[in-house]
Write a protein that binds this ligand. Sequence first.
Ligand SMILES: Cc1ncc(C[n+]2csc(CCOP(=O)(O)OP(=O)(O)O)c2C)c(N)n1
Length: 613
Amino acid sequence: MKLSFVPLSEIQRLRRTITDPVKQVRVLATVFRINTLYMIAQAGSGHIGSSFSAMDIVTWLHLNVLGKDDVYFSSKGHDAPGLYSILLGLEKIPFEKIHTLRRLGGLPGHPDIVNTPCIVTNTGSLGMGIAKARGMALARRLNKRPGRFFVLTGDGELQEGQNWESLQPTANGHYGEITVIVDHNKMQSDTWVKKVSDLGNLEKKFAAFGWEVARIDGHNLLQFSETLERFNNITDKPKVIIADTIKGKGVSFMEGNSLGEDELYKFHSGAPSADNYAKALTELLKQVEVTDLVLEQREALAKYTTSSQPQKLISAYGAELKTIGDEHAEVVVLDADLMLDTGLIPFKEAHPDRFVECGIAEQDMVSLAGGLALSGKLPIVHSFACFLSTRPNEQIYNNATEETKIIYAGSLAGILPAGPGHSHQSVRDISILGSIPGLTLIAPSCEQEVRLTLRWAVEKNPLSTYIRLESLPIDLPFSLPKSYSLQVGLGQTIYSGHDIALVGYGPTLLKQAYLAAQQLAKENISVAVYDFPWLNNISDKFITELCKYQTVLTLDNHYLQFSQGMMIRAHVPQAVSLGLTDVPVCGQNDEVLTNSGLDISSIINVVKTHSKK
Ligand SMILES: Cc1ncc(C[n+]2csc(CCOP(=O)(O)OP(=O)(O)O)c2C)c(N)n1
C-alpha cells in the first residue's frame, strides 16, 4: 500500500505564492493535515482527531503570531503529530523526519525535548501545561527578558485537577504574558465531555478565577487573529480563548460533531484503516483550494503482525469483569476516560448503574473508591498503569491505611507498546506501589491468568490488589496447565530446565524468555522459565526452589530499581537481573525491546555469560 505526503518543495511554493495570510493558513492547515495523516498511517498509531481539531489555530500561531521570544506548546501532547507536521513544513524540524513518527531516533509519540527540535516541554500526561508556562514566564521575569507564552489545552484535559490549582496563582501573579487556548472540541477519548464530566460554564469559571476570557469559533482564523490582537493590550492578567472546534476537523467521517449521543468516537488514537486512509486523503485533497498540488508517495512500512488468535489480556479481563459483576452485586467499576482501552464496555453495558465514569480525574476517582469501600462496596478502579499508579498514589496510600478492600487495574503496563513514548510506558508502577501496606501487586501473563487474578482479587484476597495488565495482543508460545491456580508468592514453570532459571511476569518478557530457553536448549544450555506474577511477594517455598539453580536471571518489564528482580535478589544470592536503567525510548515494539536489552538475543547473551558450559 502506498501513502502520500506533500513534499517540502510544495509547501515552500505555497508559502511563496499565496500571499493572503488567511488563505495561506487555510491551505497550509489542510496540507499539514494530509501530512499528519501520512505520519500516523506510517507509524501505525497516533492521535488524528486531536491533531486535526487544533490544526487551524496552531498553524495560524506559527505563521502569523509567534515572534522570536514567544513560546508555544500543547499541554495535551497527544496532538504531537499535528504540531510536527507544522514544524516540518516550516523547516524547524528536518523534513526527512516526516517518515519517522514513533520510530527509534525519530519523532516521539508525545513531545519530548530531549531529541526533538523546537519542543519546549514534555507533555503526554494531561494537566501540567499551565503550571509549566507559569514557571517559564517566572524565569523570564527573573531574567528581565520579554516573551509571551501560548498554551493549548484540551477541554477533556480540564477535568484534571492540576489545571484548577494553576488558574488562581496565574491570575494572582498577573501573568499577562500567558494565553491559554482551550481546544474546545467537546469530546475526549471515547465520547462527549458533557457526558463524562460536564465542565459547566467555562467562561464564567475562568472569569471567576480572574482571567480575561474570549470565546471564538476555533476554525475562524480572522476571529482568532482579532482576539489575539485585543489580548495583546491586556497585560495585567492571564487570558484564555475558548476555541470551539471540531475533533477530526477536515475529514467528514472523523469529525466528532456528527457523533450520536451514545456512539463512541473511533479516531482518538490508533491508525486509520487502509480504506479510511484513502477516503480521508481524497476529502482533504478536495479541500485544499489549489489544483496543482504535487504529492509524493512512499510504500507503507510493514505493520506489527500477530497470529490470528493472539492472547488479548484486556478483552479477557473485560469479559471476566462482566461475569464477576453478574455474581457480585457489591462490585462498582470506576473509569478515568479510558473505558475502551481498559476493557470496560461489557461491564458498563450489563451494569450501567454500577459503572462510574470519573473523567480525567484519577485522584478524585481513587478517593471516590475509598468512600465506596468504606461503605461496603467493592470498587474496581481503572486507568492506564502510568496514570493510575502515579497521580493518585497518595490517595491509594490513604485508602490502604483504612484497610479497606479496593482493586486497582492498570493497563498498558510495561514498555510496549512503545510508540506513545515514556509518558505512557508504565515502568515504575511496581516501585511506587510495591511498598503500600496491604496492597498485593500481580502481573498476569496470559488470558487464563488474568481471569484467575481478578477472581483471586475479588474472592480470596481480604485486602487490596493492583493488577498490572499488558495491553498488546500477543502470540504466546506457552500456556499454563489447565489445573493452574494462583498461590501467593509462588512461581509456575512454563519451560523446564535445570541449570539456570529465568524468572519474570507478563506476556512480553515471558515470551522472550521462553523463546530464548528453546534456543539455548539447542546449544545444550538447560534453562527453566518461571511465570512469577507476584510483584511484591515471594514465598519461602519459591525462594528454596530458585536457590537450586546455579544462576537465576530475573526479567523486569520495569526499571531495575525496586523491581521484582530486586525483591528476588534480596533472597536469592545467585540472582542477576535484566530490566530498564534509563528512561525507555519510543519506537516500534521490536526495536525498543532490543534497545532496552530485553529481547531474545540479549537474554541469551546474559545466560551464556553465566553458563558454566
Ligand atoms: C493524566 C492523564 N490521564 C489520562 C490520559 C489518557 N488520555 C490521553 S488523551 C485523553 C483525552 C483527552 O481529551 P481532550 O483533552 O478533550 O483532548 P482531545 O483529544 O479531545 O483534543 C486521555 C484521557 C492522559 N494522557 N493523562
